[in-house]
Design a binder for this molecule. Structure first.
Ligand code: ATP
Length: 233
């Protein structure tokens, strides 16, 4: 298994946000994590990427415990994050933001500046603009491109459609199959259930820090999702 969490718990001080979360992601797979505000999706991403440190065995990469590693160490293993809110380096240009992603992990693979500009052609036009001078959608493309520059085995995308216009969301989601074609597995955290089901092989629904549904995206019914999402039978 490429990535696995085992009885993963996480807390903010006294507040428990995750109560024993088990998920798996196979190599090349696309998994969606859905759930309402506050369900624990971002906390799960932070726990996988080392922003929140855990007991080592709560997160496994290719069977090896990585739960206690730092974010930099996790990224070096090929797990890259597109964070909620994009978090570009404001004083750097688009191209510099992308190049930083490549500096974090230097391994051969399909992604480099040219490949990212082919994926999102508008970024080539804007390569010398500062990251923050871009539209929200373009900033999101830079954040995805920056993560891809490390040639990850696993790309974690936290709410990449949040606050963007439908036409921009469509363009961004259209890039994900190309990312998979490059060999990476993808986890998308998404509040838009339709988007999640359209792109993913499997879906996990979370509620109040627990997984309430695990299903193949092609098989799951709206009723099952509704029950898992809102806790109603
Ligand atoms: P959203 O869609 O709003 O990002 P989410 O499913 O990603 O929701 P989390 O952000 O993981 O949910 O939050 C899970 C719980 O942890 C929530 O109750 C939230 O209020 C709490 N929480 C999140 N971040 C912190 C923090 N830094 N300090 C304290 N509590 C937090």
């Amino acid at each position: 298994m490429l990535l696995e969490t085992r009885a993963l718990t996480a807390s903010y001080g006294q507040f428990r946000a995750l109560f024993g979360v088990d998920i798996t992601v196979a190599a090349g797979e696309c998994v969606a994590i859905i759930g309402a505000n506050g369900a624990g999706k971002s906390t799960l991403m932070r726990s996988i990427t080392g922003v929140i440190r855990n007991e080592p065995g709560m997160v496994l990469h290719r069977g090896e415990p990585i739960g206690a590693l730092s974010s930099a160490e996790v990224m070096k293993r090929g797990i890259a994050m597109v964070p909620e809110g994009r978090k570009l380096f404001p004083s750097l240009t688009v191209e510099e933001n992308l190049l930083i992603g490549g500096q974090m992990r230097k391994v051969p693979g399909p992604w480099n500046l040219d490949a990212v500009y082919e994926l999102f052609p508008i970024l080539r036009e804007r390569r010398n603009n500062s990251g923050t001078a871009l539209s929200g959608g373009q900033q999101q493309m830079v954040a995805i491109g920056r993560a891809l520059m490390s040639n990850p085995e696993l790309l974690l995308c936290d709410e990449i459609s949040l606050g963007l216009a439908p036409v921009v969301i469509r363009d961004i989601y259209a890039a994900l199959p190309k990312v998979r074609a490059g060999g990476a597995a993808i986890v998308v955290v998404e509040q838009d259930i339709g988007k999640a089901l359209a792109v993913a092989d499997r879906v996990y629904c979370m509620m109040e820090g627990r997984v309430t549904l695990t299903a193949k995206a092609a098989d799951v019914s709206r009723q099952q999702i509704h029950a898992a999402y809102f806790g109603e039978a």
